[in-house]
Design a protein. Structure first.
Length: 103
């Protein structure tokens, strides 16, 4: 069975994504699961801007191609020469509903 993966596209994380991404974390515990133990409540656009400016972080947004609605966020963080790790992965609280039936 083949699937049309055009229901999702990755693009660089942009400042225009900040307001939506910040709504995904309703509690300090939600934010801590996303950011880690160094999370400070409440999340701000300044924190997100620092990620965009950090040369060790590549941040990506997952969006619906049809309307560019933000569905997810992921970062790739350089950890050393030629190595990196996947970090700060989040799915929009409504993300699963948005994808349902799209396949």
């Amino acid at each position: 069975m083949s699937r049309d993966v055009s229901v999702l596209r990755l693009r660089p994380f942009a400042e225009a994504d900040d307001a939506e991404l910040l709504t995904w974390f309703a509690t300090p515990a939600d934010l801590r699961r996303f950011v880690g133990p160094n999370a400070t409540w409440s999340p701000t656009g300044e924190q997100l801007a620092r990620w965009r400016e950090d040369p060790l972080i590549e941040a990506w947004s997952a969006a619906k191609p049809a309307d560019d609605r933000l569905l997810g966020h992921v970062q790739i963080v350089a950890t050393g020469p030629g190595t990196s790790r996947l970090a700060r992965v989040a799915i929009a609280p409504r993300g699963a509903r948005d994808w349902a039936g799209s396949w």
